[in-house]
Design a protein around this ligand. Structure first.
Ligand code: GLU
Length: 295
């Protein structure tokens, strides 16, 4: 029996400089691929056109190469593959699982307030308040009328219907074992935003499958997202990779590092005179021979 090749990826958004947390994540994926004689891919997640910048993309590639990582060309850039996400939306739409949502953030907040829930009782999902379902109840005529009138709309997944169709699902996490998928924690999530007709959740699921990624490694802040990605894989008949959600690097005060903490950016560490080996070590990957590698 042939063992499938391990393919991992690091998928940053070019919205700022990479910091030690990103270095940890990239090295985690790189090491997992290398240990198995597999491949490591870089993917640019630039669907957020208002925040993505070519100069950040150039900087992140330079920083990763400086850290000693390499990856095959061409690099997949999400903004160049909107047709793939469109095809996936068509497939979900054909199954009657999507509906147009015309709501603004204000409409959603007002509806939640009207429903009488105290602010601290608002049902929350991993991406924010659970959508109260306003547009799920619109008639087909009303939807057609508003679309024809040129109203902007997002596409939401009817998660109840989708979960019922998919049945019970699970995935395997290398650190946590088998996990039963509970995508309903998201409520009716947006799969195609008003401004760009896709979303993080849809693009990442489609791309991992199209690129043949067999082991998705990413921070445990994205663990909840996998519940939804597993559902999308089932609906779109895509393979389910293995997962490994790793712990996050924190600063001295125990806070997660963010892109705005420029002091910890790879670039500033380099400019302060640290070597690539030292920065790898700060990111949790001391070179062999320096010290034992972390488990
Ligand atoms: N693009 C995402 C980020 O910058 C990571 C996506 C993923 O690894 O699934 O956080």
């Amino acid at each position: 029996m042939s063992v499938p090749e391990i393919v991992t990826r690091f998928a940053p958004s070019p919205t700022g400089l990479l910091h030690l947390g990103h270095a940890h994540s990239a090295l985690f994926a790189w090491t997992a691929a290398r240990a198995a004689g597999g491949r490591f891919l870089l993917r640019i997640e630039d669907i957020d056109l208002s925040r993505s910048r070519p100069e950040y993309e150039a900087a992140l590639m330079e920083d990763l190469a400086w850290l000693g990582l390499s990856w095959p060309q061409p690099v997949r850039r999400q903004s160049e593959h909107l047709a793939d996400y469109h095809a996936a939306l068509d497939r979900l739409s054909g199954q009657g699982l999507l509906y147009p949502c015309f709501c603004t953030r204000r409409d959603i907040a007002d509806e939640i307030a009207r429903s009488g829930a105290a602010p601290h009782m608002t049902p929350m999902g991993p991406d924010g308040p659970i959508y109260p379902g306003i547009c799920r109840h619109l008639s087909a005529e009303e939807r057609a009328r508003r679309i024809a009138a040129g109203e902007a709309y997002a596409l939401r997944l009817d998660v109840g219907k989708a979960s019922a169709l998919a049945g019970s699902l699970a995935w395997h996490d290398r650190g946590r074992g088998t996990i039963a998928a509970t995508p309903e924690i998201f409520g009716d999530v947006v799969l195609a935003r008003k401004d760009i007709a896709t979303s993080y959740h849809l693009s990442v699921t489609v791309d991992d499958a199209l690129q043949g990624v067999t082991l998705v490694t990413r921070g445990e802040d994205l663990l909840a997202a996998t519940h939804l990605h597993r559902l999308l894989q089932a609906l779109l008949v895509l393979p389910t990779p293995d997962y490994h959600h790793h712990g996050l690097i924190t600063d001295a005060a125990g806070r997660r590092l963010a892109k705005r903490d420029d002091a910890r950016s790879i670039r500033s560490l380099k400019e302060a005179g640290h070597s690539a080996g030292e920065v790898r070590s700060m990111a949790g990957y001391p070179d062999q021979g320096d010290r034992e590698r972390p488990a």
